[in-house]
Design a protein around this ligand. Structure first.
Ligand code: SF4
Length: 680
């Protein structure tokens, strides 16, 4: 699309958000002047969130890293000097080659969803590390507990089509502040509400979304499975079951029934810290309303029993036959619907006979401080970070910083900005933003594929992730033809024949052909083809084959020194640690905040707006108190994720979180964290 003065380029939002909006970037004289939502894309509907509508501010930010930088000060000092690409790449390749000659597993890639693009995410980078034989990374930091749980229950990360929520009569928004982090779903839920649907929000925090639902159930963190089991109890005793659906399309009903009968609402009310009437009312609503749907999100799986909780909740639609309706069922992630050709993109065959170890990104602090032994293998000696900011976002910051501070660790960071992580690098390599490169996007919140075309030339000396790994591959003598493929070729490979690439080129997006009610007659992608209340695959691993409530690692009341539970949901204008350095967004957030209930504040002499210290055995974090009923009694909300260096004392909430893991999926337990708070 173009006029004499301006060109409009179609793209996709790259951020870790289920909405994956279609973008229109207006370019004048080679400069992007405006980024808007594409009105032709139904999910986007012409609207972007506040964060990404400021994307040009981010792209042309005066602090953008635009040349390769080499460390000149001590580790972590954040002092660098510009260096040419040739010199930087030559030195990095030499260092990696020397380590690879010793043992390539001493090299660890670290990346996540800084871009959700399949090409700038994991394509050429994965080929490079596979060819090298580097350690593999277990990419667990956000969603793997829920992903594993969905896979064990429904067979994959699949669910109902998001647009059909508009026709639901009951919508349960479980573990999500949709207004802040799933805005376009919220628009659909509002449509349903206007048509008479009842909206229930389940969240320890009284979020902006909870404000606008008919009911808010403020359960204690880590008690979602108990609530789900009590709902099942009520469905059973009141006969609110679709026995025909259960008999035909589910597996393990007798066992689940027996377990649910152990959870009368009174027991769950005690565990969850909510009035028993709320549980009874929700059970009646769920059991007697059709079509009814659950929008489950990832907040609630960040506790020890997060996987079991997702399994329990994912059983609910089958019990009432909600899946029979297009507007009934559950959506947590739709990403399993997409036929992504990961092997073609990432080329694990380049490993040959080698089987490198896998290291968990959620315990990067322990990984980097491990001296090495027979079980762990060699210590990590080189870390290549891209699409991630682990020093800010990984749990137990003190340990993470200790790891990054090792003098003998060679660290390279591909980045747009000098983040908390980049401060610890030996080299920072300037990466392109979404406006400057090709990419192709699937999503976990709807069922469209989107193509991102470059709107402007790379700024300064920035290079695409793919180009940086291509260049490193060339310097290390990797001459397989796959390293010569262009980004446009990679975009075509990602989906293969499953999507008409010409249509993507012409329109920027295309919908997957998915049935309107995909599980109306079973057909779940599980081994049995049924919704698996009982999972033989889990039982074979020595785990409980049925979902259960597993108390937190750090249950409320278990340690008198730390009588408050802390969760750390995102501040509304940040997306994980992205956008914290965009001044206009930081101005809205103002300062790092801890929401604390008036009762908890008053017994501690904490005033609204006062500086507080939040602490436990792992560390101390300073921020401002917001005395507010957004926090329930006994639970504080540490809004994240601030860059440490932009916080009050060079720390953020992850100073307090632990490296313990979830029951399924080896994921972190950010919301399973006891603390105490005092006025500073
Ligand atoms: S962050 Fe989410 S809501 Fe905002 S533009 Fe990107 S996909 Fe859309």
């Amino acid at each position: 699309m173009s006029s004499a003065a301006a060109t409009v380029v179609r793209g996709a939002c790259p951020h870790d958000c289920p909405d994956t909006c279609a973008l229109l970037t207006t370019v004048e004289n080679g400069r992007a002047i405006k980024v808007q939502g594409n009105p032709a894309h139904a999910m986007t509907d012409g609207v972007l969130c506040t964060k990404v509508s400021r994307y040009t501010e981010r792209t042309y930010h005066p602090e953008r890293v635009l040349t390769p930088l080499r460390r000149v000060g001590p580790k972590g000092s954040g002092r660098f000097e510009p260096v040419g690409w040739d010199e930087a790449l030559a030195d990095i390749a030499t260092r990696l080659q020397a380590l690879a000659a010793e043992d390539p597993q001493t090299i660890l890639p670290y990346s996540y969803a800084g871009t959700m693009g399949l090409v700038q995410g994991e394509s050429m980078s994965a080929r490079f590390f596979h060819r090298l034989g580097a350690s593999l990374l277990d990419r667990t930091i956000c969603a793997s507990a829920g992903a594993e749980a969905l896979t064990q229950t429904l067979g994959n990360k699949v669910g109902m089509k998001v647009q059909h929520f508009a026709h639901s009569r009951l919508i349960v928004i479980w573990g999500s502040n949709a207004i802040g982090s799933n805005l376009h779903f919220w628009r659909i839920a509002q449509e349903a509400k206007r048509a008479g649907a009842r909206l229930v929000c389940i969240d320890p925090r009284k979020s902006e979304t909870a404000d606008k639902c008919h009911e808010h159930i403020a359960l204690l963190p880590g008690t979602d499975a108990a609530l789900a089991l009590a709902l099942m109890h009520e469905l059973i005793v009141h006969g609110w079951l679709d026995q025909d659906y259960i008999d035909r399309y589910t597996l393990g009903w007798d066992g689940l029934r027996a377990r649910a009968l152990q959870w009368p609402p009174e027991r769950a009310a005690e565990v969850c810290g909510v009035p028993v009437e709320q549980i009874r009312r929700l059970a009646r609503d769920w059991g007697t309303t059709q079509p009814a749907a659950i929008r489950l999100n990832y907040g609630m799986q960040r506790v020890r029993g997060g996987g079991n909780a997702v399994r329990a909740i994912a059983c609910l639609p089958a019990l009432t036959g909600a899946w029979r309706h297009p507007a009934g069922g559950l959506l947590m992630s739709s990403s399993g619907h997409f036929p992504v050709r990961r092997a073609a993109l990432q080329r694990p065959d380049l490993l040959g006979q080698r089987r490198p170890r896998t290291l968990n990104m959620s315990t990067i602090g322990d990984v980097l401080t491990h001296p090495g032994d027979a079980e762990f293998g060699p210590p990590v000696k080189a870390l290549i970070v891209y699409n991630s900011n682990p020093v800010a976002v990984a749990p137990h910051s003190a340990r993470v910083v200790q790891g990054f501070g090792r003098e003998d660790l060679f660290t390279v960071v591909l980045e747009h900005f000098q983040t908390d992580t980049a401060d610890w690098a030996d080299y920072i390599l300037p990466a392109t933003t979404q406006l400057e490169h090709w990419d192709i996007h699937t999503t976990y919140g709807h069922t469209d594929v989107l193509l991102n075309r470059p709107a402007i030339a790379p700024q300064g000396q920035a290079r695409t992730n793919t180009d940086i790994f291509r260049a490193l591959a060339a310097r290390m003598g990797f001459d397989e033809p796959c390293f010569a493929e262009t980004d446009e070729q990679l975009c075509r490979q990602a989906i293969g024949d499953a999507q008409d690439f010409e249509q993507l080129l012409a329109h920027g997006f295309a919908s997957l052909p998915i049935p309107e009610a995909p599980f109306a007659q079973g057909g779940f992608p599980t081994p049995s083809g049924k919704c698996e209340f009982f999972s033989q695959r889990l039982a074979d691993q020595g785990l409980d084959g049925l979902p259960d409530h597993l108390p937190n690692h750090e249950p409320l009341g278990s340690d008198a020194r730390y009588p408050l539970a802390m969760i750390s949901p995102p501040a509304r204008n940040f997306l994980n640690s992205s956008f914290v350095n965009v001044q206009s967004l930081r101005d809205i957030e103002a300062e790092p905040l801890l929401e604390i209930h008036p009762q908890d504040a008053s017994v501690r002499g904490i005033a609204d707006g006062g500086v507080v210290e939040v602490f436990n055995d792992r560390g101390r974090y300073r921020c401002k108190a917001r005395v507010s009923e957004r926090a329930r009694p006994g639970v504080v909300n540490g809004l994240g994720i601030w860059w440490r260096k932009l916080g009050l004392n060079g720390t953020n909430v992850n100073e307090l979180t632990s490296q313990k893991l979830t029951d399924l999926g080896r994921a972190p337990v950010f919301y399973d964290c006891l603390v105490e708070v005092s006025a500073a």
